[in-house]
Design a protein around this ligand. Structure first.
Ligand code: SF4
Length: 213
């Protein structure tokens, strides 16, 4: 894909959705961090359903730690991998209290040192909570980057690096959300909706789907 096509794709996304955001519900950096940890291999809808009951009870590291693993599990047991997520969340709360004055650190290394937080989660927090121009690559973005030709790569890190290198800088701030929403609702995994896609004329995918009869 050439530079002008890539720029036009992002121009169109910006035109139809100038300020995209996460679909996770949160009211503080801490709530966002916990929601993102819970969202690994789970839908945002399922996470929001759980946190709607959890956050009125525990919306700070101290309150969450006071719940403990056994107290947290009943709130999140509808979410995949809830046992290990509960363990990681309580350990993360302890570290936030001990090392970061109970605040979410605005720093990649400090974020990645928290249990349950890898590069992708750190990128989401830096971007969504702190406004850094990072691009977290999840399964949707990995697929869209490869399928469209916007940023092909064999690993999420390769796609992330290509996106940062190839996407015009003015679009970095919102690139993560535009790509994720496009992958979630239009360029879906099994049957992409190419006939409704606003970037179909720019996309390199060779097997575009036709409209349903
Ligand atoms: S044309 Fe199809 S494959 Fe290409 S981005 Fe749109 S939905 Fe995805």
């Amino acid at each position: 894909m050439n530079r002008s096509k890539r720029a036009e794709i992002f121009r169109r996304w910006q035109e139809i959705d100038p300020a995209p955001g996460t679909e996770l519900t949160y009211q503080s950096e801490f709530e966002l961090l916990i929601a993102v940890i819970l969202s690994a291999q789970a839908t945002d809808v399922s996470v929001n359903k759980a946190t709607r009951k959890l956050y009125p009870v525990a919306n700070t590291p101290e309150k969450m730690r006071a719940l403990g693993i056994d107290g947290l599990i009943p709130y999140i047991r509808t979410i995949g991998l809830f046992n290990s997520k509960a363990k990681n969340i309580i350990a993360t709360c302890q570290l936030l209290i001990d090392k970061h004055h109970s605040r979410v650190p605005e720093d990649r290394a400090a974020l990645e040192a928290l249990p349950g937080v890898g590069r992708k989660t750190a990128n989401v927090i830096l971007n969504t909570a702190f406004g850094h121009p990072t691009i977290a690559v999840d399964t949707h973005i990995f697929r869209v980057g490869n399928r469209t030709g916007i940023a092909p790569g064999k690993t999420p890190l390769e796609v992330e690096k290509r996106l940062l290198r190839l996407v015009p800088a003015q679009y970095h701030q919102h690139a993560h959300h535009w790509l994720i929403l496009h992958g979630r609702y239009t360029c879906t995994a099994r049957k992409p909706r190419c006939s409704e896609c606003i970037i179909a004329d720019l996309c390199d995918y060779r097997h575009k789907t036709a409209a349903d009869a």
